[in-house]
Design a binder for this molecule. Structure first.
Ligand code: SF4
Ligand code: SF4
Length: 203
C-alpha cells in the first residue's frame, strides 16, 4: 500500500474506532458485526474516489492468480446483471453548476436501485471471496465505516440491501467529505460506483 493512502486510512480507522466506541456507550450495546463471514453489507453499492480505486487495484494485483480470475468473473457477472436490469449507477459528473443537484439525485437513486438488484439477483461485491473481503487492507472509506448497531443481528442488513428497512449505523458523511477532499488533492476526479471504477482499472 502506498505511503500516502496508508497514512490516510490509518487516520480514518482511528476516527471511526472512536465514533464506534462513542456509539456503543450512547446506545448501551455493541455492533452486531461479526467480522469475517459477516457480509450482507457487501451487497450494498459502494462508491469510491479515484484514489480509493487505485488502492483497490493495488490490492487486486497482489491476489493469487486464481483469486484474481474469480474476482474478474464476479466483476463481469455483476456488470452484466446490473446492465440487463438497467441499474448501473450513473456517475456523479455534472457538466455545469446548474446540473449538480439533479446529477447527484440521479446518482443517489442509482445507488439504491443497484443495491436492490444485487439483493434480488444474489450479487455481491466482486471482491467477496469465500465470504471474506479479498482486499480487506485496501478497502475504501465506505467499507471501513460500515457497521450495524441493530440489536437483532446481521440478518437485518440483508433486509436493508433489499430496501425494506434502514439499519442503525455510524454517521460519517462529514468524515467522508473530508476524506474525499484529502485524497482528491492527490487524485482528483469524481467518485464512481466500485465496479464501474474497477472496470477502468483492472480489465
Ligand atoms: S454491517 Fe451488517 S452485514 Fe456488515 S459486517 Fe456489520 S452486521 Fe455484518
Ligand atoms: S471491498 Fe471488501 S468490504 Fe467492501 S464491499 Fe467489497 S468485499 Fe465488502
Amino acid at each position: 500500500m502506498r505511503h500516502f493512502m496508508r497514512e490516510v486510512y490509518s487516520h480514518v480507522d482511528k476516527v471511526i474506532a472512536a465514533r464506534r466506541a462513542r456509539a456503543r456507550k450512547e446506545l448501551g450495546r455493541k455492533e452486531s458485526c461479526r467480522g469475517s463471514g459477516c457480509w450482507f453489507c457487501c451487497r450494498d453499492t459502494v462508491v469510491v474516489s479515484p484514489a480509493e480505486a487505485e488502492e483497490l487495484a493495488r490490492g487486486f494485483e497482489l491476489l493469487p492468480e486464481a483469486t484474481r480470475t474469480q474476482v474478474l468473473q464476479q466483476l463481469e457477472r455483476w456488470w452484466e446483471v446490473q446492465k440487463a436490469a438497467g441499474t448501473l449507477v450513473p456517475p456523479a459528473l455534472a457538466d455545469s453548476p446548474d446540473e449538480v443537484d439533479l446529477v447527484r439525485k440521479k446518482h443517489n437513486e442509482g445507488v439504491v436501485a443497484s443495491t436492490r438488484t444485487s439483493a434480488r439477483e444474489g450479487l455481491t461485491c466482486m471482491f467477496l471471496v469465500d465470504q471474506k473481503c479479498s482486499v480487506y487492507e485496501h478497502r475504501g472509506f465506505q467499507c471501513r465505516g460500515h457497521h450495524s448497531f441493530e440489536a437483532e443481528g446481521p440478518e437485518v442488513c440483508q433486509e436493508k440491501s433489499a430496501g425494506s428497512r434502514e439499519v442503525l449505523g455510524l454517521f460519517l458523511s462529514d468524515l467522508q467529505s473530508q476524506f474525499w477532499r484529502v485524497v482528491g488533492q492527490k487524485r482528483p476526479g469524481p467518485p464512481r460506483e466500485l465496479h464501474d471504477a474497477m472496470r477502468r482499472m483492472v480489465t
